[in-house]
Ligand binder design. Structure first.
Ligand SMILES: [Zn+2]
Length: 338
C-alpha cells in the first residue's frame, strides 16, 4: 500500500482528544513554486497548495502569526491553540509568491534568512548539487562504487537523492566534494543564487513579517567547533541587523542540526528562541531554544487523486501522522537539506 493511501486511511480514524491547555503549532516551510515548476530537487510547496493551506487554516480561525507572536500568546497561558508559519533559507520565491498570499488573508510568518549566502549571492550546497546534475555533460556517473544514470530528469533526481548524504560534511570537505563532482560531471558554472536580495528581505519586514536568522552559510552546525558555531550564529544576527536595521529575535538551526554548543551559541548571540525540525507542538514549558515545528509538505496534503484534501492537511498539521511516520522510520532526518 502506498504511503499516500495509508495516510488517507489513517486520516479517517478517530484521534484521541487533545487537552485544552495552550499549544502552538509552528509550520516549517521552505520554497514556494510557481504552478508547473519542475525543479530537480523540490524543497517546498506549490503556490496553489500554500493558498489552499492558508484557506484551510482561516476557516478554522487559525490564520497564522509569526513565531514571536505565537510565543507571546503561548506565554499568556490561555487555553486553545495557535498556528505560526515559518519559511527557512530566505528564497526569493517567498517574497514573490508567498508574501502576496499571506497579506491577502491577513496572515503573518517568520522568514529565516541564510544571511551570509544572501550577502555573497551564493547558492546553498543542495542547489549547487542539483545544478551540477541538471547541467551534467555526462550521461552516467560512477561514484563510490555506485553507477548513476543521468540520461533523463528522473535519473538525475535519483542521483541527487543518492549523493546528498555524502555532502553532510564540514564546509571545507563539502566544498572539496562538490568541486570533485563538478569535474567528473564536466560542469564549471556556479549555480544561480535563488535566495532573496536584501532589498526583497526589506519588503518582508515592511509588510509586517518577522525576520529570523538561519546562520551565515547553512552549515551542519554539529560538525563545527564551538567558535565556528558561534561565528555562524552571532554573525548572521549581526549581518541581518546591519542590512535590515532590525535585530532578529529568533534562529532556525539549519536542517535542524544542533547540539548543546549550538544552544549556548544561540543564547550568546541574544536569541530569545530557536526552532528545530523536531515534530511536535509547543507548550508553555517547551524549552525556548528547542522549539518544535511541523513540516506541512505537499505530499502530506494531497489525496489519492492528487487533489488538495483539507482532512489530510489538517490531520498532518495536528500530528495525526507522527506515530505512523515514527513506525515507518520516516521522520524528518536531522540535518537533511534545507
Ligand atoms: Zn535551511
Amino acid at each position: 500500500m502506498s504511503g499516500r493511501t495509508v495516510r488517507w486511511l489513517a486520516s479517517l480514524l478517530p484521534r484521541p482528544a487533545r487537552d485544552a491547555g495552550p499549544a502552538l503549532i509552528i509550520i516549517r516551510h521552505h520554497r514556494v513554486y510557481a504552478a508547473g515548476a519542475r525543479p530537480l530537487y523540490r524543497l517546498g510547496v506549490g503556490v496553489e497548495v500554500l493558498r489552499a493551506q492558508l484557506a484551510a487554516l482561516a476557516r478554522r480561525g487559525l490564520t497564522p502569526v509569526t513565531v514571536s507572536e505565537g510565543l507571546e500568546w503561548l506565554a499568556g497561558g490561555r487555553p486553545g491553540r495557535r498556528v505560526a508559519l515559518s519559511f527557512d533559507d530566505g528564497y526569493a520565491d517567498n517574497v514573490r509568491l508567498a508574501l502576496p498570499l499571506l497579506t491577502a488573508v491577513g496572515a503573518r510568518a517568520t522568514f529565516f534568512l541564510t544571511a551570509g549566502l544572501i550577502e555573497e549571492r551564493r547558492a546553498p550546497w543542495w542547489d549547487q548539487l542539483a545544478h551540477q546534475l541538471a547541467t551534467a555533460r555526462v550521461r552516467r556517473l560512477e561514484h563510490e562504487g555506485a553507477v548513476h544514470d543521468l540520461a533523463d530528469a528522473a535519473g538525475r533526481a535519483r542521483a541527487l537523492r543518492a549523493l546528498m548524504p555524502g555532502l553532510r560534511a564540514t564546509p571545507a570537505a563539502q566544498r572539496e566534494r562538490l568541486e570533485r563532482l563538478a569535474e567528473r560531471l564536466g560542469v564549471d558554472g556556479a549555480a544561480p543564487c535563488e535566495l532573496a536580495s536584501w532589498e526583497e528581505c526589506r519588503t518582508l519586514a515592511a509588510a509586517g513579517m518577522e525576520v529570523g536568522a538561519h546562520t551565515l552559510t547553512h552549515p551542519f552546525l554539529t560538525l563545527l567547533s564551538a567558535p565556528e558555531q558561534s561565528a555562524e550564529i552571532a554573525d548572521s544576527f549581526a549581518l541581518i541587523e546591519r542590512r535590515l536595521v532590525l535585530r532578529p529575535r529568533g534562529l532556525a538551526y539549519p536542517g535542524g542540526d544542533h547540539d548543546a554548543t549550538s544552544l549556548a551559541a544561540a543564547r550568546a548571540a541574544g536569541a530569545a528562541w530557536a526552532v528545530t525540525t523536531r515534530a511536535g507542538e509547543n507548550r508553555p514549558d517547551t524549552p525556548p531554544l528547542e522549539l518544535r515545528r511541523r513540516g506541512w509538505s505537499e505530499g502530506a496534503c494531497l489525496g489519492p487523486g492528487g487533489r488538495f484534501s483539507v482532512r489530510l492537511a489538517m490531520t498532518e498539521l495536528e500530528g495525526g501522522f507522527d506515530g505512523l511516520r515514527a513506525r515507518r522510520g520516516r521522520g524528518t532526518p536531522v540535518g537533511s537539506p534545507g
